[in-house]
Write a protein that binds this ligand. Sequence first.
Ligand SMILES: [Zn+2]
Length: 109
Amino acid sequence: MYCSNCGKEIDKNAAVCVNCGYAVNNTPSVQNAEDKVSVGLVILAVLIPLFGFIYWPLKHHETPKKARACGIAAIISFVLSFVLSILFFVIITPAFFELANWFLYGANI
Ligand SMILES: [Zn+2]
């Protein structure tokens, strides 16, 4: 194997050239490039948490970083929507009863 930068012969398992320091394209680095956190997938997991929950265990061995980012995004989205719906319920429900009272008995109670 030869360095693609300076042309010197280097070890085929080397990550960088010992002569010039150029990063050699090995199979592991190619695999790492595929396992990048995908913004599109994270957004999809936020919008549809179920997708993230399915994607995580499905792609866990293939692309761990990508799968984990998807899973975490799904969890955050799920927890956030749960908290927001409770907050909504807590705020809206008393307001609704107040409004119902106002309609039924008038404002001057
Ligand atoms: Zn080199």
